[in-house]
Design a protein around this ligand. Structure first.
Ligand code: BGC
Length: 737
């Protein structure tokens, strides 16, 4: 018997046996697909089509006649967005929608701690269910291709293995709350410039090896219930109705049983949407562009125009029923799920999660001895009696605002200045140092030069009289400064910060620069600054985490989830010029192919300023000699490698031990090495902890585009154990077959 026949028979059976008054589709004790078949068998054409498109900005219809609830969605990856109006983007000015702002996903990735990713997903799921959301529009796993991409802060870095390892627990734990994750932006939305139409062209190898694995992990291992199509085109077709991405890969290769949702305004064609696997159209304005319109959602591509083509038989009903089944499945998992918890918002527990993730995400980039004391500046102990000058707008600015759809309205927020004041008390003085202007979507507010100059002059004068200066700067989610719908335009720090940093360094040698951003920045001033900290966007408890790490109450343990190139042209996408990034306004070619991030820096011997996987600690770790279970691996075999890691310093700390694999010789070009494992371990001073990795044949594979499969070739490989992608502590050679 075919599966569909079996399900129909089951439906009939259960229908006959249903308790009086409880239709099978409402009986949560029945298998999901039995309930779905029962519901769909009761639905009219109008009801089915109504489910396939939005009814308001963030809502789509259930089946009111059957008591199947509407779906409610919300941005985004870092917290539940404040309520906006039914059919425009203005705030609906509620007073009950303030939440916890969690650290941005780049920060989460920098923890290299999947357990924290699970805690993040759960806490966010609890906030979402409290706010009666069924679908959270996140997490994002687009690969970090260029530091100019305006939305990198919403993603998990440049490496598919790291992003996969982090996204899976996030999704699993979130969905336990009856809230669907909507993984975005599938796929190749790796720049914001021309994001609604740029046509991305790349090899199958780059697609499968670099850009798809984290999406695949989210779907196959994380079990995500929905996914959001990207705005851009891929090989000539919009991603939201791409036959390749949706039908062939997502639904056939990965067996996805959930819902494909457009990005808002990402649908452009009824036939393609109907046939190529789009299930739910959101945010369209009838002319297909993302502009405001009062026209009814009946005009959506998957609304009346779709219904007409179904009625005339030009489009098959089977396409509609497939969408509706998926939408019902999603609905029963979320909105109609009576067993879900109540959730909570802005609770002490969620603040603790936000702070913990913040603590573990901060990356100590530089901590050199300062000439006078011969000691590094950090940690700056809380009982130090130094006069501390805090400089920089980011020390007081609300960095949960701006950035586009991931903007948040936190109930509480601890700014870096507040965090530092509660750590160091009245030894802290603050000056603004630079000014950036209001955060206005799609617009840059110009700051007059005389204002910039006088703020700088004031800060330099104060810096002269202080013992130590903490400059809190970076980017700030303004337009073109880590924000949706626009890429950055310069790699250097904006708003006159380079001059400010250099000016302060001239009058005071004790300078700590804390960069808050979701992207790498150029640091021509690096040699003049003894201590540099990458502090991301850390949300509600960011100021506490920063003070925790600067004071040494928490030992920094974050490592970079992407490379910081010294110059923009050292980045692979930029190396190949305009056609590679940003393209010719219509299309672009990913000319660097699979050589993204450290794969490029390593293989082409172009060192990054700070490499992937890099981050310092207040202690030191020594890696001992690895023990290896075997020197040969067969088809179904594995090799385990154990490395003793000793904390050789004075303070407790966490270390992220990384395993990379090198294929010594292969029929197709391969990167010098690729991340295939990592472990974060806590080690007390003087203690040793063993870290074990198990290598399987899958870890040795590459995607052979002519065969269209992942293959491993016999030969020699190296297991490379590093404290970063360039700080290699040991290498073990082994052979396959
Ligand atoms: C963004 C999505 C977001 C959606 C809804 C779009 O502009 O690209 O990430 O979820 O808007 O706000």
């Amino acid at each position: 018997m075919k599966l569909s026949h079996a399900i129909v028979s089951l439906v009939l059976f259960y229908n006959c046996n249903a308790e009086a008054g409880v239709p099978a589709y409402q009986d949560e004790s029945l298998p999901l697909d039995v309930r779905v078949e029962d519901a769909i068998s009761r639905m009219t054409l109008n009801e089915k089509v109504a489910m396939c498109h939005a009814q308001g900005k963030f809502s789509s219809s259930g089946v009111p006649r059957l008591g199947i609830p509407d779906l409610w969605m919300s941005d985004g990856p870092h917290g539940v967005r404040a309520e906006i109006n039914w059919n425009d983007w203005s705030s609906s000015n509620r007073t009950n929608d303030s939440i916890t702002a969690f650290p941005a996903l780049t920060a989460l990735a920098a923890t290299w701690n999947p357990e924290l990713a699970g805690m993040y997903g759960n806490a966010l799921g609890e906030e979402a269910v409290y706010r009666e959301k069924d679908v959270m529009l996140g997490p994002g796993v687009n690969i970090y291709r260029t530091p100019m991409n305006g939305r990198n802060f919403e993603y998990m870095g440049e490496d598919p293995y790291l992003a996969s390892a982090m996204v899976v627990p996030y999704i699993k734990e979130m969905q336990k709350n009856g809230v669907a994750a909507c993984v975005k932006h599938y796929a190749l939305n790796n720049q914001e410039l021309w994001r609604d139409h740029i046509d991305v062209n790349l090899s199958d190898r780059a697609l499968y090896e670099i850009y798809l694995p984290a999406f695949k992990a989210a779907i196959v291992d994380g079990g995500a219930w929905s996914i959001m199509g990207a705005y851009n085109k891929v090989r000539g077709q919009h991603a939201c109705h791409s036959e390749l991405l949706l039908n062939d890969i997502l639904k056939k290769e990965w067996n996805f049983d959930g819902v494909v949702i457009t990005d808002w305004g990402g649908a452009h064609d009824t036939r393609e949407a109907a046939l190529n696997g789009l299930d739910l159209e959101m945010g369209t304005y009838t002319n297909g562009l993302t502009i405001e319109s009062k026209v009814s959602t009946d005009y959506y591509y998957l609304a009346d125009p779709y219904k007409e083509l179904l009625k005339t038989g030009e489009l098959p009903m089977i396409t509609l029923d497939d969408k509706v089944r998926r939408l019902l499945r999603l609905n029963f998992r979320t909105a109609a799920n009576r067993g879900k918890p109540y959730g909570s918002i802005a609770s002490p527990e969620h603040y603790a999660v936000a702070e913990l993730i913040g603590n573990e995400s901060i990356v100590l980039l530089k901590n050199s001895p300062v000439s006078k004391t011969k000691k590094p500046l950090l940690p700056l102990k809380s009982d130090s009696n130094m006069r501390i000058l805090v400089v920089g707008e980011n020390a007081v600015r609300d960095l949960t605002a701006g950035g586009g759809s991931s903007e948040l309205k936190p109930k509480d927020i601890v700014s870096p200045l507040e965090g530092l004041k509660s750590m160091y008390g009245d030894r802290i003085e603050f000056v603004e140092g630079y000014r950036s202007g209001a955060s206005i979507y799609g617009h840059v507010e110009e700051i007059p030069t005389n204002v910039t100059d006088s703020l700088r002059t004031e800060a330099i004068a104060k810096a002269k009289e202080s013992d130590v200066v903490i400059i809190v700067g970076g980017l700030n989610k303004n337009h073109q400064q880590d924000c949706e719908a626009g890429d950055r335009i310069t790699y250097g720090l904006p708003f006159g910060q380079p001059e400010l940093i250099e000016g302060i360094a001239e009058v005071n040698p004790n300078v700590i620069v804390v960069l808050l951003s979701g992207n790498a920045v150029e640091m021509p001033w690096i040699d003049k600054i003894p201590a540099i900290v990458q502090g991301w966007y850390l949300g509600s408890m960011g100021g506490k985490s920063i003070a925790n790490v600067l004071s040494g109450n928490v030992n920094p343990s974050g490592k970079l989830p992407f490379s910081f190139p010294e110059r923009l042209e050292d980045n692979a996408a930029h190396h190949y010029g305009e056609m590679s990034y940003p393209g010719n306004s219509q299309s672009q070619e990913y000319l660097e192919d699979i050589f993204v991030g450290y794969r490029w820096h390593d293989t082409k011997k172009i060192p990054a300023l700070f490499p992937f996987g890099y981050g310092l600690s207040y202690t030191t770790f020594e890696y001992g000699k690895p023990t290896v279970s075997a020197k040969e691996m067969s088809e179904d075999g594995t090799i385990t490698i154990t490395i003793p890691v000793t904390n050789t310093g004075d303070v407790e700390g966490k270390e992220i031990v990384q395993l990379y694999i090198q294929d010594e010789k292969s029929s197709l070009p391969r990167p010098l090495k690729e991340l295939k494992g990592f472990k974060k371990v806590n080690v007390s001073p003087g203690h040793t902890t063993d870290v074990t990795f198990t290598i399987t044949p899958d870890d040795l594979k590459f995607f052979d585009d002519t065969k269209h499969e992942w293959i491993v070739e016999s030969g020699k490989f190296k297991a490379i154990i590093g404290a970063s992608s360039t700080d290699i502590r040991s290498t073990v050679q082994f052979s396959y077959k």
